[in-house]
Design a protein around this ligand. Structure first.
Ligand code: Z5A
Length: 211
């Protein structure tokens, strides 16, 4: 059996990940792929409980080491229970955020040394990395304005603009360093324009994987 594909969509607040992931799932299903939509932190029962701890204001002021270890605890569960089995079964995993978000938010945003994140990444993931990461990029102010329309802000959304500028900078730097794995998509455009580019990228991938 052909192994599946691991595709991640990531980016700053309000980039439109959820919106585009829904289109991507439909597109891949129409192309005959079996799709597993999932997200981080979360994706499993335990992971969703950890997500609740991470986003809730009950834990404002959580230590940065605790926050980072909880991200990777959720990730370990997610990889073992959902991602690895799905890939082994030939399915296409579509994941809303992954380890780039840890580099961007805990590393760039909060200032955790990136080498510490790399240690956890190696431990938890071994050799498992996304086949493709779509970085939906847009000016921070535009993303925050979009995200603000959704109502109550979680523990991350309460951060100031400079935090998200650092987050965005790390995402862009990582994409620049790994051009084979990343595609940077200008997410400031209307939904349909972003969708068209995302689907063109996926079409290329489908052609390359050839079933
Ligand atoms: N986090 C972390 O710190 N470390 C980690 O390792 C991981 C995560 C994995 C939860 O993430 C938090 O976890 C996140 C980082 C942290 N920080 N926060 N907050 P999340 O991805 O689950 O939640 P989110 O980041 O709050 O989602 P989002 O980025 O704000 O939303 P989105 O999925 O990118 O966008 P959307 O829901 O599709 O769209 C937002 C709105 O904009 C909505 O009204 C859309 O209709 C609209 N939209 C979408 N696209 C467009 C376009 N193109 N034009 C105009 N309007 C649009």
């Amino acid at each position: 059996m052909m192994p599946g594909r691991f595709i991640v969509v990531d980016g700053v607040e309000g980039a439109g990940k959820t919106t585009q992931l829904a289109f991507m799932g439909d597109y891949l299903k129409r192309a005959g792929q079996q799709v597993v939509p999932t997200r981080e932190p979360g994706g499993t029962a335990l992971g969703e409980e950890i997500r609740d701890l991470l986003l809730s204001h009950r834990h404002d002021g959580m230590a940065l080491t605790t926050e980072t270890l909880l991200m990777f605890a959720a990730r370990a569960e997610h990889l073992e229970r959902i991602v690895r089995p799905a890939l082994a079964a030939g399915r296409w995993v579509l994941c809303d955020r992954f380890t780039d978000a840890t580099y961007a938010y805990q590393g760039g945003g909060r200032g955790l040394p990136l080498e510490r994140i790399a240690i956890l990444e190696n431990w938890v993931q071994d050799d498992l990395h996304p086949d493709l990461t779509l970085l939906l990029d847009l000016p921070v102010a535009v993303g925050l304005e979009r995200a603000g329309r959704r109502g109550a802000a979680d523990r991350f959304e309460r951060e100031e603009g400079a935090f998200f500028e650092r987050v965005r900078a790390i995402y862009l730097e990582r994409a620049k360093q790994r051009p084979n794995r990343y595609r940077v998509v200008d997410a400031s455009r209307p939904v349909e324009a972003v969708r068209a580019e995302v689907e063109a990228i996926l079409a290329d991938w489908l052609e390359r994987s050839d079933g």
